[in-house]
Ligand binder design. Sequence first.
Ligand SMILES: NC(=O)c1ccc[n+]([C@@H]2O[C@H](COP(=O)([O-])OP(=O)(O)OC[C@H]3O[C@@H](n4cnc5c(N)ncnc54)[C@H](O)[C@@H]3O)[C@@H](O)[C@H]2O)c1
Length: 266
Amino acid sequence: VDRIRVLVAGVGGRMGRLVAETVRAAPDLLLVGGVDPAYAGADLGEKVLGQRSGMRVDGDVSSAITRCSPQVMVDFTAPDAVMGNLRGAIARKVACVVGTTGLEEGALEELARLCTEQATPAIVAPNFSVGACLMMRFAAEAATRFEYAQITEFHHAGKKDAPSGTALATAERMSAARAADMQAPQPERLALEGVMGGQVGGIGVHAARMDGVVADQRVVLGGPGETLTIEHRTTSRECFMPGVLLAVRHVFEQEGLVLGLGKLLV
Ligand SMILES: NC(=O)c1ccc[n+]([C@@H]2O[C@H](COP(=O)([O-])OP(=O)(O)OC[C@H]3O[C@@H](n4cnc5c(N)ncnc54)[C@H](O)[C@@H]3O)[C@@H](O)[C@H]2O)c1
């Protein structure tokens, strides 16, 4: 069988490099190119993979697609770049696997419409790790049994958006599982601005940024006389790779826009 032709957008970034290496090492996939304006014109291998490859990094998605005819584009870029990339890819019927978080308001609706119009599937997941997917699933299940919940996420200092896409998605899934909002008591006096964090359906959401962590999250639920903590820790970005590979291999079996990996992780 032919290998799936994969283009990596954001190939010079922390995630993009690892995705490119992982795709190159997979026997059923073929890394056909990389896009990253910060590395345009550089040898993909030398700049990204540590050895010469003869493959050039493209500065934009449409020239990359013309040059290397990918079947799937994997995008780990930035909130202000991702939609431009996806519009370009889907217009050319390239299926998309998207890990970029912090998408603008309305972006998912537009993407769903484009996918349907072009009959081209896309999978958008705020977190490709198996543990994080299960954490979200368990948190949504637990949310129906408790009246209080707080989510705290920790990420590396270079992360551009807050809260993390995972924290937001967790809060939204927990909230959707319930008929009423969680209880969110507000103290009478706050001595520090922002100290209570943000809120989704009465669920407190707190973000912390520091060196030393990749991506961690803790969901604490409270009820009479007990708490339940669901915690996920990322020890390296490798945890995202099985989910990215799963999505690349199964994106063609999907119809339209698919949110999250849950459907693939049965
Ligand atoms: N879904 C997940 O499981 C998951 C896991 C980790 C990170 N992320 C998300 O992935 C994204 C990337 O994270 P990172 O840590 O690798 O960031 P990074 O800043 O290290 O890398 C992003 C790269 O994208 C490049 N870029 C910018 N605009 C571009 C464009 N138009 N086309 C192609 N490349 C472009 C940048 O030059 C940079 O090299 C973030 O949104 C982050 O939140 C998601």
